[in-house]
Design a protein around this ligand. Structure first.
Ligand SMILES: [Mn+2]
Length: 419
């Protein structure tokens, strides 16, 4: 029996998942993003081979949903064959996105791939490498019960791995499927729990190891930063190392650039240039999609917000200089604030003073907020405007009051000073 095992834990491949909303943006690297989930799987396969892994574990959501045609399944089967040729075994199970009930087409996978049952928890033993893998996949999209509660006992003398698609005790942004407590997982006394479903990498416990590997490739602007899989090394049935390895080919980033210290708006592109150079270097040749957020109290606020289109073009051109086709600005948010002294402004007895006082008192005036809300909801706004700012309660209005005040003051004061 071999005394050391090397395995790779992956989850949530979401092969061929559609481009959510990104295609409508000008200049979006649509082809790179569309192919990214497949290329990330190729990266996983290459990592397994390059690292001499004996086993690949996939904790659910290989597919994003039912296949449009067979090419998605054929691609996966092809990659599994590459592993077979390298003598690497695969254990996988189904998650909510690729639950048995969700996928109508089927392809036979090569014989190095074991798919765990969706009907009951099972144990698959690899005698030659001394490993037992326990788990149960999703039969239907919605699984409310605690699947881990019925997982089999650890097998003495083997390295025990639990494979599970779960939200554990709940994670923001993820459906609460197959909920379980971390205590249940620990009490099973396995050596490593390979979890899937949550796309953000997280180590829940080190004794024993309970890990979300996160997805191997971000799928949209909310899945930011390096994405990949977890590489685990064991010796004498004990974990000796757990390492994250990047497998993403397109990276999504939200980049905040603080511009409070610029002396004029003309200095903003230089600041952005430096920040983009860092992002680009960290991505090591990958395509990067960046949401740029400009923030800070700055003298440049008025100039930036009175002509956002001009600055947007300048900043896009900066990005082009830094990264060419490989660096794409998805959107620029101007969240700067002016350096106005509101208390002093409120004391002025002209229209500006009145405006500041009125907006300040509106914040706590339920009656005026209510009537404003009625006026607002009766406006016939284009659908895309309504989507951008959903305002249906007095609190929604309150939340935008600060921005409104900034915008009005920037236009009124900075223009007055220009004149
Ligand atoms: Mn899932």
């Amino acid at each position: 029996m071999s005394v050391s095992v090397r395995f790779v834990h992956a989850s949530d491949l979401h092969l061929d998942s559609p481009l959510r909303g990104l295609a409508r943006y000008e200049g979006a690297p649509v082809e790179a993003i569309r192919g990214a989930t497949r290329l990330a799987l190729e990266q996983i396969v290459e990592l397994c081979i390059g690292e001499d892994a004996q086993l690949l574990l996939i904790a659910g959501d290989v597919y994003d949903g039912d296949w449009k045609d067979y090419s998605t399944g054929l691609f996966f089967a092809g990659q599994m064959s590459r592993l077979r040729h390298a003598g690497i075994r695969v254990v996988m199970l189904r998650g909510n996105h690729d639950a048995s009930s969700q996928i109508t087409r089927h392809l036979r996978l090569p014989d190095n791939v074991v798919e765990l049952s969706t009907k009951k928890p099972v144990t698959h033993v690899f005698e030659d490498i001394g490993v037992a893998v326990h788990g149960q996949g999703f039969a239907t999209r919605v699984v409310d019960q605690d699947l881990a509660a019925n997982y089999p006992a650890a097998v003495a003398g083997l390295f025990n791995i639990g494979l599970l698609h779960t939200s554990v005790s709940g994670r923001p942004g993820h459906e609460p499927y197959a909920p379980c407590s971390i205590e249940t997982l620990k009490n099973l006394a396995y050596d490593y729990f390979a979890l899937g479903h949550v796309h953000q990498r997280e180590v829940l416990s080190e004794k024993p190891w309970v890990v979300f590997s996160g997805n191997p490739q971000g799928r949209h602007m909310a899945e930011t930063g390096a994405k990949g899989v977890t590489l685990v090394q064991t010796e004498e049935q004990r974990v000796i190392s757990v390492e994250h390895r990047d497998t993403d080919v397109v990276r999504f980033e939200q980049l905040k650039v603080e511009v409070s210290s610029v002396r004029a708006a003309e200095e903003v592109p230089e600041r952005v240039l430096l920040a983009l150079e860092e992002v680009s270097a960290a991505a090591q040749g990958r395509t990067v999609a960046v949401r740029l957020i400009l923030s800070g109290r700055t003298v440049a606020h008025g100039a930036l917000t009175s002509d956002p289109q001009r600055w947007e073009q300048e900043l896009r051109s900066v990005a082009n200089d830094v990264g060419g086709d490989g660096l794409w600005i998805e959107k620029i948010s101007f969240r700067t604030q002016g350096q106005y002294d509101r208390e002093r402004l409120a004391q002025r007895d002209d229209a500006i003073g009145q405006l500041v006082r009125s907006l300040t008192s509106l914040h706590s005036d339920e009656q005026r907020l209510d009537s404003l809300l009625q006026e607002f909801t009766s406006l016939r706004l284009p659908a895309e405007v309504r989507e951008m700012a959903s305002i249906s309660t007095p609190d929604d209005l309150r939340a935008v009051l600060g921005d409104v005040q900034e915008m009005l003051l920037a236009r009124l004061l900075d223009h007055a000073e220009d004149a």
